[in-house]
Ligand binder design. Structure first.
Ligand code: PMP
Length: 379
């Protein structure tokens, strides 16, 4: 049996979503499927307050690349606010597209101060700025709303990477002043990996128009926008089963209710970290920047990364190593999508048993007890 998947994406998939993935495939222009595609896009527009939604085969990285292609021209300036490896990825994509990226970064686990972002915005007229809502390499939750106020003040197109946040952390585009959200389906949406999802407003659509020809065909929003309005049209075959599955996930999200869902993620994150604290473990992430969707956790002295994760896996749970400068120094656990206290308890038990096996002194059962205590403290 494969271990419980507790990495920060892909995440476990709910039964109705799995069943939807397994339907006999439909013709992409069959009326029944066209209806499902429409329903899915409409549900996503509700979740994000989006004017436009593009959902096609791909991944989060394709959503990032596609967005830069459709909003910034080669030679223009892009401000990248980076809280880790995924923030930096925007700069890497900008480079191959010939876009000049100025990167604001900070030590792993902290946030770029708002004053620094404002200073940069005041210093130059940027074509766009990017922010990673939750940087999955450091566990940092960005100040998406406050940055939205700055974007408005300096009239810069604001692109938010929602990959490790969407459907787990609020992202109301209109309320926050976000122009584009790039995201995907395998994290808090709880759908198997394979989709590029982009939410954008009229301002971003107008920007695409201003650019004229863009260096992409599959990646050109303008080729997809008519299909998103009328999915019986064709430019490239959509991943039919994936869209059927995502539609089920979106229905589950809307049935749970956005406020309830975001509150559940917050509560799960806090409960998991209460469990970690009972094991003497600390996060890499500063307290005020902790993401509800994942935790990036420092190893105690003398605990080997590979040995620890192998022991956790022996205990039935699959977690992730850290990236970049944190590699070998921390591990990462995702707690988003359909994750509940059952999975948190199993994961904390596996972590506790791995630490014990590697000679770290811990009190058996303390982590699970502390997690439940935190969970129960919110009523
Ligand atoms: N942005 C963030 C914040 C991510 O966590 C990831 C994936 N871990 C990506 C972008 C890239 O997504 P994908 O792996 O689907 O290309």
């Amino acid at each position: 049996k494969a271990p419980l998947v507790m990495i920060p994406g892909p995440t476990p998939v709910a039964e109705p979503v799995r069943q939807a993935m397994a339907v006999q495939t439909y013709g992409h222009n069959y009326s029944g499927f066209v209806e499902i595609y429409r329903e899915c896009l409409s549900g996503l527009k509700t979740i994000f307050q989006a004017d436009h939604m593009v959902v096609i085969g791909g991944s989060g990285t394709l959503a990032m690349e596609m967005t830069l292609i459709n909003t910034v021209k080669a030679g223009q300036d892009l401000l990248v606010v980076s809280h880790g490896a995924f923030g930096d990825r925007f700069a890497a994509i900008a480079k191959v597209l010939g876009i000049n990226a100025d990167v604001l970064s900070c030590p792993p686990g902290s946030r770029v101060p708002l004053a620094e972002i404002e200073k940069a915005l005041a210093s130059k007229r940027y074509a766009a700025m990017t922010l990673t809502h939750v940087d999955t390499s450091t566990g940092v939750l960005a100040q998406a709303k406050e940055v939205g106020e700055l974007a408005k003040k300096y009239d810069v197109l604001y692109i938010l990477d929602g990959v490790c946040a969407s459907a787990g952390v609020p992202e109301p585009m209109k309320d926050y002043g976000i122009d584009v959200i790039v995201t995907t389906c395998q994290k808090a949406f709880g759908t198997p990996p394979g989709l590029t999802m982009i939410a954008f407003n009229e301002k971003a659509a107008a920007r695409r128009d201003e650019l004229g020809t863009v260096p992409g065909y599959y990646t050109d929003w303008k080729n997809w926008m008519p299909i998103m309005e009328n999915p019986s049209l064709y430019i490239s075959t959509p991943p039919v089963n994936h869209i059927v599955a995502l539609n089920e996930a979106v229905k589950l999200i809307l049935a749970e209710g956005l406020e309830a869902r975001y509150a559940r993620h917050e509560r799960i994150g806090r409960s998991f970290r209460a469990g970690l604290a009972a094991l003497g473990l600390e996060t890499v992430t500063e307290k005020e920047a902790l993401a509800p969707t994942l935790s990036v956790v420092k190893y105690p002295p003398n605990v080997d990364d590979a040995a620890f994760r192998a022991k956790v896996e022996e205990n039935g749970v699959f977690i992730a190593g850290a990236l970049g400068p944190l590699k070998g120094k921390a591990f990462r656990v995702g707690h988003m999508g359909i994750i509940g206290m059952d999975e948190i308890a199993i994961t904390l038990t596996a972590i506790e048993r791995a630490l014990t096996a590697l000679g770290v002194q811990v009190t058996p059962g303390a982590a699970v007890g502390a997690a439940w205590q935190e969970w129960d403290s919110v009523r």
